[in-house]
Design a protein around this ligand. Structure first.
Ligand code: PMP
Length: 317
């Protein structure tokens, strides 16, 4: 039977058995860094296609470096652990993989030096996070995006996601699907868990990476497709709030969100108010790559076959 597993303290155990102590530094202070990685099930290949694991584990290592979290394994070694867990889970459906490098020491006090670190990873079944077909409605959040001078936004620090939690919750409670956060200076930063792109005059524009955004792997992938497959120009620069209202198209990118069209911001339709033509084309290109249907980008995927079920388990199923 497929089931969720977790790599913890150098062993793969059933997820429900994976526990850490209440005094764990990461629990006391949010001192952990994480990734979200997708494994997309391909019926044709009979395999889970893990999307860009090397890039995710390289970013995890950069986040850990910023946070003084020791993570001696190479990105390839971490990718191997990830593949082993996915294989063991045996799911024949899309999965979400959560690696975390964390301060595992059980000590009081927020200092980072001299506190032990460890690495864990689990995988669970996971469907769509945002509506991919209808387009989503967004609200400019009253919560500002945390500044690099407070908590480094380009590191995926667990504690930093309190900022996302406040913004996302406010947006949902106000009847929207997602929040768009501004920086302290009022420029657009990103969604609560997604990078933001606007389309103006056929060009793709995303906030500059100095505007407190996470350097997104989905964004980089979508921009590669836009340039190489559609010949579009992509630009990184500061974006003003009112540009969202007059953009021809707007979309969010992220591991959980994939590529989701934003059709309304602050009760103003974006463009025609429906999914725009460039967004639609990019969605098609991106999903073909994710599902392993575009051989040109096969090196973005790591295929993992589910572990064979014991004969008895199958007979009893
Ligand atoms: N910004 C934030 C705040 C995020 O949490 C995420 C999700 N990891 C992203 C952007 C998108 O990054 P990626 O495409 O690498 O998942």
């Amino acid at each position: 039977m497929p089931g969720s597993y977790c790599y913890l303290q150098k062993r793969i155990v059933p997820l429900e058995e994976a526990k850490v102590g209440v005094m764990t530094h990461a629990f006391l202070y949010g001192t952990a860094v994480f990734e979200g990685v997708r494994g997309n099930w391909s019926e044709e290949q009979g395999a889970t296609l893990i999307f860009r694991p090397r890039e995710h584990f390289e970013r995890l290592k950069r986040s850990a470096h910023i946070m003084h979290i020791s993570l001696p394994q190479s990105a390839d070694e971490l990718s191997d652990i990830c593949a082993q867990v996915v294989e063991r889970c045996g799911y024949r459906e899309d999965v979400y993989i959560r690696p975390i490098a964390y301060k595992s020491g059980e000590v009081i006090g927020p200092r980072l030096d001299g506190v032990d670190s460890d690495f864990m990873l689990f995988a669970i079944p996971f469907g769509n996070y945002l509506d991919l077909d209808a387009g989503i409605r967004c609200q400019t959040s009253t919560w500002r995006r945390v500044s690099d001078t407070a908590i480094p936004a380009r590191a995926k620090v667990n504690g930093l996601y309190v900022n996302s939690a406040l913004a996302k919750t406010e947006a949902i409670e106000n009847g929207y699907d997602e929040a768009i956060m501004l920086n302290d200076d009022g420029h657009v930063s990103e969604g609560s868990g997604e990078n933001l792109v606007i389309v103006r005059h056929g060009k793709l524009i995303t906030p500059a990476r100095s505007d407190n955004v996470l350097e997104g792997i989905t964004l980089e992938s979508v921009f590669t497709l836009a340039k190489d497959e559609l010949g579009l120009e992509v630009i990184e620069r500061s974006v003003a709030r009112s540009e969202l209202y007059i953009a021809d198209e707007c979309f969010l990118t992220g591991t959980a969100a994939h590529l989701s069209a934003v059709t309304e911001v602050d009760r103003r339709a974006v463009g025609s108010g429906a999914i725009g033509p460039i967004t639609k084309k990019l969605q098609g290109l991106f999903f073909d790559v994710l599902k392993g249907r575009n051989p040109k980008y096969a090196d973005w995927l790591r295929a993992v076959k589910p572990a064979a079920e014991p004969a008895g388990a199958r007979a009893n199923a």
